[in-house]
Write a protein that binds this ligand. Structure first.
Ligand code: 6PG
Length: 263
């Protein structure tokens, strides 16, 4: 699977603030879940970690949304995980447990947690095996998530794919363990071939601190930059960026107008 594949233009949705971002992301989640469940009887989604999606998960678990999703038909995965136990404050699983899983009824077998407490390489291999069993593919086929949610770091990282690391060159494995020098910690992450095989990939980005990197990635017409997030180009899927105004303030007006035209 080529990583620098042609890409359809990303849909850019600019939101008033972080709360509006969560609302727009929740509406997309509900729509995609309904469509996937109608089409295939299930909705396979890989959740992002970090702080930005917390408000989305809280919203999805709230009274206004929890009944709009057929949770027993949702299969939850993670795009990446810190190599810590599931009850650790840094755990992406724990964040989803607190904000969403504690509020909705899902069969435990529908929750596919990355085992951050295991040895990193073992956990990565085990998760890849879990993906292979769930997606039950023919040899050579790629797992096709209905939705992969991603965040964006100020350095252009996404999931746990960090600039300048060999993880960006991975073309065979679906899940790898990485040691992130700058964080002095191990992480588990889906690789670019899996991310780019998704039916829908949606970045959720909030805050003025992301404005520079957002504009560098979205406003550049050149070939893929060295930023991992710029290498997210779904081969046969849709790409959306749901961004609040603070993160978007550096975007050229042509992109702001494109977004406004959609409203
Ligand atoms: C993680 C995420 C990571 C995150 C970005 C943005 O496990 O931390 O996968 O890629 O999405 O670092 O994080 P914030 O949303 O906290 O800015």
């Amino acid at each position: 699977m080529g990583l620098s594949c042609p890409v359809t233009k990303p849909e850019i949705i600019i939101c008033r603030d972080a709360g509006d971002l969560a609302l727009k992301a929740a509406e997309q989640f509900v729509l995609l879940a309904d469509a996937a469940i109608a089409r295939s009887g299930r909705f396979a989604v890989a959740l992002s970690g970090g702080s930005t999606p917390r408000a989305l998960y809280e919203l999805l678990g709230s009274a206004g949304y929890r009944d709009r999703v057929d949770w027993p038909r949702v299969r939850l995965f993670w795009g990446d995980e810190r190599c810590v136990p599931p009850d650790h404050p840094e755990s992406n699983f724990r964040m989803v447990q607190e904000t969403l899983l504690a509020k909705v009824r899902m069969p435990p077998e529908n929750i596919h947690r990355m085992m951050g407490e295991k040895a990193p390489a073992e956990a990565a291999a085990a998760y890849e095996q879990e993906l292979r069993e769930f997606f039950a593919l023919q040899p050579g086929q790629m797992p096709r998530f209905d939705l992969i949610l991603l965040g964006l770091g100020e350095d252009g990282h996404t999931a746990s794919l960090f600039p300048g690391t060999s993880a960006l060159d991975e073309t065979e494995r679906w899940v790898i363990a990485v040691y992130v020098e700058k964080l002095q910690s191990h992480r588990l992450t889906l690789t670019l071939p899996v991310i780019n095989a998704a039916s829908q990939v949606t970045f959720l980005v909030s805050g003025a601190s992301k404005a520079r990197i957002v504009s560098e990635i979205l406003a550049s017409d050149s070939a893929p930059l060295d930023y991992p997030a710029a290498k997210v180009r779904p081969v046969d899927g849709r790409l959306a960026w749901i961004i609040d105004r603070d993160a978007a303030w550096n975007l050229p007006s042509r992109l702001m107008n494109q977004s406004a035209a959609r409203d």
